[in-house]
Design a protein around this ligand. Structure first.
Ligand code: CTP
Length: 402
């Protein structure tokens, strides 16, 4: 997977830097080209000589070579890389990254890169949990950086808790999984719904919700990247959903969404209802604009069709069906009831109690419940990274079914 891949390993000044030569060796053994960039402080924890020896390349820290004046181009290096991994990443460098500060060579390489950037923050417990560190981390996640959460355990300070860098083997596996090129959904047809629905009660007004469609669209793209043909039934959103392998079916109301989803699911291997379907729709709607003198005191509503429950009833033995649940109380219990009631194979739970999860954000925090009772809790991640996690759950569902 990593054969020929160009990886920049960025090291900042944390004690875990002493473990990074092992990561470089693992990458080299797998056939990757590795260039190491270090901050000055990182050199106190591991020597450039060690890293130059294991990578087979000079280690870079300065903008130019003081002996002969040759220029180390941060722009070229940023463009050269297929991936950047920053491990260990200190609170200091993380704060600078979150604010676009570029006062050393490593930071300019990061700003010049166009490739995926993996960040493995490592620091002491209280520094990690400090609000400002968490805010900076949140910002990086929103910017699309791939977050490799620190493990819990015994820290160099003697404290115990989160902050410990993942072991080099785990960092290596993270990169390997990312570059894994497999199209396990090739030839599969998937129906995905995303976005809100809008239920009009006059020519200009509607009952709706704040769903941005980001999660469902990220999922549709991740599925298409793995070779699936995705039929995306999409409520009114501003997010761009055009992507090779995705056919978009724009809809507005729950009733329109029901028709499209039911039809497309009948020919699909897998259905995923990520849409935030309105639960109520006005009994009456008029083609003209209601004047305010007429009053809006009574907008009579009726329940919309539960699309997912309908798909659950129609589900054939060869098909898989996945739903989402947005809960505020007794989250797991309520999600489990939905999974059973709607005859699902899996349900993805968002709790509105989690900061950074749910509508409109670029991040999400999910738990996944399966029909067999399995429950997996995931960390807060970018919606793209969450889509990857959902994808790996889908993979295991399909393997269990095969
Ligand atoms: N859903 C649907 N049709 C509806 C309402 C919801 O297909 N009319 C789907 C959603 O796309 C989601 C799942 O059902 O996959 C759960 O949605 P959620 O709003 O969490 O639950 P509800 O069934 O609407 O129940 P409640 O609002 O009471 O929690």
């Amino acid at each position: 997977m990593l054969q020929g891949k160009k990886i920049v390993v960025g090291i900042t000044g944390g004690i875990a830097a002493y473990k990074i030569p092992l990561l470089v060796r693992l990458l080299k053994k797998e056939g990757a080209e590795v260039k190491v960039v270090m901050t000055d402080f990182a050199k106190s924890f591991v020597t450039p000589l060690t890293l130059a020896t294991v990578s087979g390349e000079p280690v870079l820290s300065e903008f130019f070579n003081k002996d002969d004046g040759t220029w180390n181009s941060h722009v070229e290096l940023g463009l050269w890389a297929d991936a950047l991994i920053l491990a260990p990443l200190t609170a200091n460098t993380m704060a600078k990254m979150a604010h676009g500060i570029a006062d050393n060579f490593l930071l300019t390489v990061i700003l010049s890169s166009r490739c995926p950037v993996f960040v493995a923050p490592t620091m002491d417990l209280d520094m990690f949990q400090h609000r400002v560190t968490q805010e900076n981390l949140q910002k990086l996640i929103e910017l699309g950086y791939h977050y490799i959460a620190p493990g819990e355990g015994f820290l160099a300070s003697g404290l115990e808790g989160p902050g410990r860098m993942k072991e080099p083997e785990e960092l290596f596996q993270f990169l390997k999984d990312y570059f894994e090129e497999d199209e396990f959904l090739k030839g599969k047809r998937v129906m995905v719904s995303a976005g809100p629905t809008q239920e009009p009660f006059d020519a200009v007004r509607y009952i709706g919700n704040r769903s941005s469609g980001k999660m469902g669209i990220a999922l549709a793209k991740a599925l298409a990247k793995k070779g699936a043909h995705v039929d995306l039934v999409l409520g009114p959103v501003s997010e761009d959903a055009q992507f090779p392998g995705i056919t978009v079916y724009p809809v507005e109301t729950a009733a329109e969404m029901a028709v499209a989803c039911t039809k497309l699911f009948s020919g699909a291997d897998l259905g995923i209802m990520a849409a935030a379907v309105a639960d109520f729709t006005p009994v009456q709607t008029t083609g003209s604009k209601i004047k305010k003198e007429a009053g809006f005191h009574n907008i009579e509503v009726k329940a919309t069709e539960d699309i997912l429950a309908g798909l659950g009833k129609a589900k054939q033995p060869g098909q898989l069906l996945i739903g989402f649940a947005l809960e505020t109380d007794d989250e797991v219990e309520n999600a489990r009831k939905k999974l059973e009631r709607k005859n699902l194979d899996m349900i993805v739970l968002n709790s509105l109690k989690d900061v950074g999860a749910g509508f409109g954000t670029n991040t999400n925090k999910i738990s996944v419940l399966k029909k067999d009772g399995a429950l997996h809790n995931y960390d807060l991640k970018s919606k793209d990274a969450v889509a990857e996690d959902i994808l790996s759950e889908i993979r295991s569902l399909m393997e269990e079914k095969a």
